[in-house]
Design a binder for this molecule. Structure first.
Ligand code: SAM
Length: 287
């Protein structure tokens, strides 16, 4: 079955009485060149288990299953389960788990399903959860070598932005703590059905051990979120609060060698780590 062929998709979905849900970010791939490339560049290969999020009708799942030892795909929409049972019937190494990728214990799924295999994550993500799911995948410290995902082009630029640039922010800093991100290739909006209003890109996060050892990761990420939450303000104005009086903040910034007028986007990750460590524990909460 050619799952990127519009006529095949229409016939299949019509037979199952399926209608696209905008709320679940359902834009299915119809460009036949994208999924093979994603599967290859996402590391699907012998000896590898791949976790997919949001298989839709299985267009990427079959490409992953043709290359990897095993694929486990988590799909939230139960209307797609009978469709997937049909499209994946010839792939005994592909398994579908019904559930919400934001709520499931993905570490447990990996431990149970991929024993003895290297693990990669590969997905055309539902756009409404792009940032939280990427941060969850990283913060859960899953034993994966890479996370290869399709996201909106603008999100790709923000995730892969270098520190100090206009696009950099809490997301790019958070990602860079756990992984080296790269944009692999762009995908036009016409490659999807229904077509979204914006173009997309496939990015790969090459996961590695964190290069910093903050006293508290929670405080560090709280600080970064609070600082970028009001990125036009100076850190002094963005961060000071009842729990963090100006004089305490000023002393910590001076200890790290930061100017009293510094703004979030001027700081490197190293400076954020040192500032977080210089502040009293539990004094920063994102607004
Ligand atoms: N992989 C398919 C493709 O490339 O054509 C579908 C991708 S579509 C952009 C996103 C998929 O994620 C949909 O199938 C949607 O139902 C599913 N989805 C949405 N929210 C989800 C969640 N929280 N957990 C798991 N799957 C979800």
């Amino acid at each position: 079955m050619r799952l990127s062929d519009i006529n095949v998709i229409r016939e299949l979905l019509g037979r199952h009485g399926f209608r696209f849900s905008k709320a679940l970010g359902q834009n299915f791939l119809i460009n036949p060149s994208v999924c093979p490339r994603m599967a290859e560049m996402g590391g699907a290969a012998p000896g590898v288990g791949v976790l997919e999020i949001g298989p839709g009708i299985g267009v990427l799942t079959v490409e992953l299953a043709q290359r990897a030892d095993k694929v486990v795909a988590v799909e939230l929409d139960d209307r797609l389960l009978p469709v997937l049972a049909e499209t994946l019937a010839d792939y005994p190494n592909a398994k579908v788990i019904h559930g919400d990728a934001m709520k499931l214990d993905l570490g447990q799924i990996i431990a149970e399903e991929f024993a003895g295999l290297d693990v990669a994550i590969c997905a055309n993500l539902p756009y409404y959860i792009t940032s939280p799911i990427i941060m969850k995948l990283l913060e859960d410290k899953l034993p994966v070598r890479s996370i290869t995902v399709m996201v909106q082009k603008e999100a790709a630029d923000r995730i892969c932005a270098a520190p100090g640039t206009r696009e950099s922010g809490a997301l790019s800093l958070g990602v860079s703590y756990y992984a080296d991100p790269e944009i692999l290739f762009k995908v036009s909006r016409g490659s999807f059905m229904p077509a979204p209003n914006v173009d997309s890109a496939v990015i790969r996060l090459n996961v590695r051990p964190p290069q910093y050892a903050p006293r508290s990761e929670k405080q560090l990420f709280g600080l970064i979120k609070a600082a970028f939450g009001q990125r036009r303000k100076t850190l002094m104005n963005a961060l000071s609060s009842k729990a963090l009086p100006k004089d305490v903040l000023a002393a910590a910034m001076a200890e790290v060698g930061l100017s009293p007028t510094a703004r979030a986007e001027e700081l490197t990750m190293d400076q954020f780590v040192r500032l977080s460590d210089a502040l009293p524990e539990g004094c920063v909460a994102p607004r």
